[in-house]
Design a protein around this ligand. Structure first.
Ligand code: DC
Length: 228
């Protein structure tokens, strides 16, 4: 049985819309690794709290709730499926409202602490690709490769609009951009685990890169770290 730290982890952090979700899923599939979508945990928590009438600033109730949630990411699905108490809430947690709720609960230190173990339990053989904001800085500081993906706020808003429009959710570019800017500010300025690259992270700006080009660059960065 390997010790926890001998199981390879690749962390991919960055702001929403930097392409993290798509890119890290593809990388996990390519390597045959497990995948942790840590943002989904914050989204699920905010979503479950709203359902149960718990205020999004009630730190102790939210921390307690995070330990109780029955969350599963079915391995057979298309990647977007997430089961909360057996119910598929994959679409419901990916709305803009759920995203802002997630960003609000994510500022609370007791919530972040309560979710730490849950996230580390995803580190299973043969390896893990972990997507989030603090994967390389807090959750897996001993990761084998740490990538920080960025893109301009405008480019991220454009991508987000396209994604939502494809799901027939109609949104205005200005609203999405404003929301991204508010969320960036909140994520970057919170006192616990703010969004910032780990000191030993490789930075990759995807503003001018499409998905295949990003994956190619990522593959090189990861290979250089795993086989120095
Ligand atoms: O990646 P995402 O958009 O699904 O994340 C939703 C929110 O959760 C985001 O505003 C910040 C927060 N989050 C976090 O604080 N730490 C993480 N590791 C992942 C997400």
């Amino acid at each position: 049985m390997p010790t926890e730290s001998s199981i390879p982890v690749i962390t991919i952090d960055g702001p929403s819309g930097s392409g993290k979700g798509t890119i890290s899923r593809m990388l996990a599939r390519e390597l045959g690794f497990h995948f942790l979508d840590s943002g989904a945990l914050y989204r699920l928590l905010a979503f479950a709290a709203q359902r149960r009438g718990i205020a999004l600033d009630d730190e102790s109730a939210l921390a307690a709730l995070s330990g109780e949630l029955d969350i599963r990411f079915p391995a057979d699905g298309d990647g977007d499926r997430v089961l909360l108490d057996g119910e598929d809430v994959g679409d419901a947690i990916r709305t803009e409202a759920a995203g802002s709720g997630a960003s609000r609960v994510a500022v609370l230190p007791a919530v972040r602490e309560a979710l730490l173990d849950r996230q580390r339990r995803f580190r299973l053989v043969p390896g893990l690709v972990a997507d989030g904001r603090d994967m390389g800085t807090v959750v897996f500081p001993d990761a084998d490769a740490k990538i920080f993906l960025t893109a301009s706020a405008e480019e991220r808003a454009r991508r987000r609009c396209k994604q939502l429009n494809e799901k027939r959710i109609l949104v205005k570019f200005e609203d999405v951009l404003a929301d991204i800017q508010v969320r960036d500010e909140r994520d970057a300025s919170r006192s616990v685990a703010p969004l910032q690259p780990a000191q030993d992270a490789d930075l990759l700006d995807t503003s001018e890169l499409d998905i295949p080009a990003t994956i190619e660059r990522l593959r090189d960065l990861v290979n250089n770290r795993l086989n120095p």
